[in-house]
Write a protein that binds this ligand. Structure first.
Ligand code: GLU
Length: 316
């Protein structure tokens, strides 16, 4: 299991540039930054622009502008990509993913899958509250190693060993135990249109960029088990994980990039950077009242044990 202090601490923020950030994105960024800085670690910014339809360069620039405005500085990455573990934009890392995939394919872990997402959705009730669909196994060979000669348009799926349990400790939600085959199923590592899957890319990137701690929203808690599973197949060292509650609006709905009131544009009109940082720290249980806080003060008081364990925090 990942250890706290052995290596240089390296945290990361890995936003998708599909819109302007909102309070929820900032909440994850703040927690990751503070946790990293509280232990004198390095913080990197990786732009997760794998989806060419949804990602736009202007959103990457806004992410950088908003983080800088708030005082969350990074040592590596971003659109300028300084640092020696780059490139830091996923759209430029195809070769890295290709290499990882070929190792999985050669070991016989991948099989071609011609099932369409729409068919899967039509034939199976979504299993998890996040809408995740567990693959029913139409194209799945009965055992490993799998022969893998995909035809044009076919996706590649990872064959998950039945009964394999992944156990890990989350800094916020504690001990987790996931039966990956039962709770997640076989998952796509490369889509039929050739696009890389998030689950493969994120594992390769975190490992090869030397990330020791992954902080992000509670919606990705189950994904951590899939990522640990892939990471082990590839022989990577495991990062530590901390998932933070999702921020919901007054209607109890998780924020989206279209939620104007809690989006960065409005937040920057309403608050000064120190006020907003204090508000985020207060939401994260770090200070008893929402008052101004500087980034260095936040780093000096950061304490994971104070982070609320509810899956969501509702903003009144
Ligand atoms: N790119 C993902 C997002 O913006 C986050 C992935 C991660 O932190 O692992 O939702």
């Amino acid at each position: 299991m990942a250890d706290y202090n052995v290596k240089t601490v390296k945290g990361r923020f890995a936003p998708s540039p599909s819109g302007r950030m909102h309070l929820g994105n900032l909440f994850s960024a703040m927690a990751s930054w503070a946790s990293t800085r509280s232990r004198g670690g390095r913080w990197l910014l990786r732009i997760e622009d794998l989806d060419p339809q949804r990602s736009k360069p202007q959103w990457s620039r806004w992410i950088e502008d908003d983080l800088a405005w708030l005082g969350l500085d990074w040592d590596e990455g971003g659109t300028q990509g300084s640092g020696d573990a780059g490139p830091y934009m996923q759209s430029r890392r195809g070769e890295v993913y290709e290499e990882c995939l070929s190792r999985l394919v050669e070991a016989g872990y991948c099989y071609p899958c011609s099932c369409r997402r729409a068919d899967l959705l039509a034939t199976q009730a979504p299993h998890q509250s996040d809408g995740r669909v567990i693959y029913g196994g139409r194209c799945r060979p009965p055992q490993m190693p799998c022969r893998c000669e995909p035809r044009r348009g076919e996706a590649l799926r990872l064959w998950v060993r039945p009964g394999e349990e992944i156990e890990f400790r989350d800094r916020v939600y504690g001990r987790q135990r996931v039966d990956v085959a039962r709770d997640c199923g076989d998952f796509i590592v490369r889509r039929g249109d050739g696009a890389w899957s998030y689950q493969l890319a994120v594992v390769a990137d975190d490992a090869l960029m030397g990330v020791t701690e992954v902080v992000r929203g509670h919606d990705l808690l189950l994904s951590a088990a899939q990522q640990i599973y892939v990471g082990r197949l590839l022989g990577f060292e495991e990062p530590a994980y901390a998932h933070v509650p999702l921020i919901c609006n007054a209607q109890g709905v998780r924020l989206s990039k279209r939620d104007g009131a809690l989006g960065m544009e409005e937040l920057r009109r309403r608050y000064t950077p120190f006020e907003l940082l204090g508000y985020l720290a207060w939401l994260g249980g770090q200070i008893p009242v929402a008052e101004r806080l500087t980034p260095s003060d936040l780093a000096s008081i950061w304490d994971w044990s104070k982070m609320p364990q509810t899956p969501t925090i509702e903003i009144k």
